[in-house]
Design a protein around this ligand. Structure first.
Ligand SMILES: [Zn+2]
Length: 426
């Protein structure tokens, strides 16, 4: 389905949608930016067989589009529409579509008539039960058919996967009306007939939106004690992940080391003179190459001293991971141009050049023509730069992102490097 822009709505309904978003942002100001990130798509009611009722919950998709039916905008009140906007945002921020159990993804194919399987319905109930704790607060009233743990006879405060398991023991769905409510592709990742082909919000942007929302939850909680427990726990989870960035970075490097040492070459070398007892026979020798890593440091004017200090700490961590003194790591400073490539043994050997504009593309280009070619490129940057459209061939790229608001390409693995002092590094 193509989907229409907001202009397709009557001025009255357009105002109603805008009022619903404002209403929602007032209830949960810490989610205001994330609410605005959801892109509204108007789905003409004539394109749906049931006069828009399938869109009663204003379902979102994993590309962060929220689907509006004119008939439903007409039927529901501003607080009801506002509730659904927050509810669907909660599905996206909690990434329910990415956690969906295998039994749900093996549903009907996209080209078959759209039917929601019982598995999809149960997952929807489980996901709604998880986010119940996000939306239980003064001024928000959930419609009666939205699954709440108590209504399903389940304990409160659990995650969707746990609720899914608990619901597996049930012989029949708790309440057909409750099970019929469809939160769409943003809840289970399955296609829906109303989903549009508009460009999605990239996964990285979605993650950064979530990170920013989590920070705002914390900030808000410091001064006002009215953040629902569900959001507080979610923010803690996001801001203090068990796997922190340095471990992630180390894991990427280890993976590359494993790939590289697993790649065993038989190379024919000249036999030494002492092996000359078998004249005319050249024995293959086993060679295990060590990984070659190129690290790019963004030294443009937008990188402050703290960030550059952080970069040096990362280079130091990588040198230690690879083994000090092996000179397997090439470090390149790059602003709008590339500075001399260096092979430091320790960070004391390193000099950084830069201070101008940013174009990390120049650095990636320089790294790919190094001899030997790097197995891994680690780019440390605030992300306020252009990136190549496509990844360099045969090289893994990990971006250590120093500013969560920075931009990174989807083809790279991104590790957000926390601000020193603001988050605990474990
Ligand atoms: Zn839902």
């Amino acid at each position: 389905m193509s989907g229409l822009p907001l202009d397709a709505l009557s001025p009255e309904l357009r105002r109603k949608w805008a009022a619903a978003r404002v209403w929602a942002a007032h209830r949960m100001p810490y989610l205001a930016n994330a609410l605005l990130t959801m892109d509204p798509v108007v789905v003409p009611d004539t394109e749906l067989t049931d006069d828009g009722a399938a869109l009663r919950r204003f379902p979102a998709d994993t590309g962060w589009h929220i689907h509006l039916s004119p008939a439903e905008l007409e039927r529901q009140s501003v607080p009801q529409i506002g509730f659904w906007a927050l509810h669907q945002l909660a599905h996206l921020l909690r990434e329910h579509a990415a956690q969906v159990p295998a039994a749900v993804t093996h549903g009907p194919d996209a080209d078959e008539p759209p039917v929601r399987t019982p598995e999809q319905q149960v997952w929807n109930l489980a996901a709604d039960a998880e986010l119940h704790g996000d939306l239980s607060t003064a001024g928000l009233e959930a419609p009666a058919d939205v699954a709440a743990p108590a209504a399903l006879g389940l304990p409160g405060g659990e995650l969707a996967r746990r609720y899914w398991t608990l619901l597996q023991d049930r012989t029949e769905l708790p309440d057909p009306a409750m099970a019929a409510g469809d939160c769409g592709n943003g809840c289970d990742g399955r296609p829906r007939p109303w989903n549009c082909d508009w460009p999605p919000l990239s996964r990285t942007s979605a993650q950064l939106t979530a990170l920013e929302a989590a920070r705002r939850v914390r900030e808000h909680q410091r001064t006002r004690d009215d953040v629902p427990g569900g959001w507080r726990r979610w923010a803690d989870e996001i801001l203090e992940p068990r796997v922190n960035w340095r471990r992630q970075l180390a894991a990427q490097i280890r993976r590359t080391i494993a790939d590289t040492t697993g790649r065993v070459d038989f190379t024919y070398r000249r036999p030494s003179r002492r092996a000359g007892s078998v004249p005319g026979v050249v024995l293959p020798s086993l060679r295990q190459p060590a990984p070659v890593i190129a690290m790019l440091i963004d030294t443009s004017g937008s990188m402050n001293d703290d960030m550059l200090g952080q970069c040096l700490a990362e280079v130091d961590a990588v040198l230690r991971a690879v083994g000090i003194g092996r000179r397997q790591v090439t470090v390149i400073s790059v602003d709008a141009r590339v500075y001399r490539a260096q092979n430091p043994r320790t960070i004391a050997d390193l000099t950084l050049g830069g201070g101008g504009g940013t174009d990390i593309r120049a650095g990636i280009e320089a790294a790919t023509v190094l001899r030997p070619p790097p197995d891994l490129i680690v780019a440390l940057t605030d992300g306020h730069t252009l990136w190549p459209d496509a990844p360099p061939p045969r090289t893994r790229v990990v971006v250590g992102l120093l500013d969560p608001a920075g931009r990174v390409p989807d083809w790279a693995t991104t590790v957000v490097i926390s601000e020193p002092g603001s988050e605990e590094v474990r």
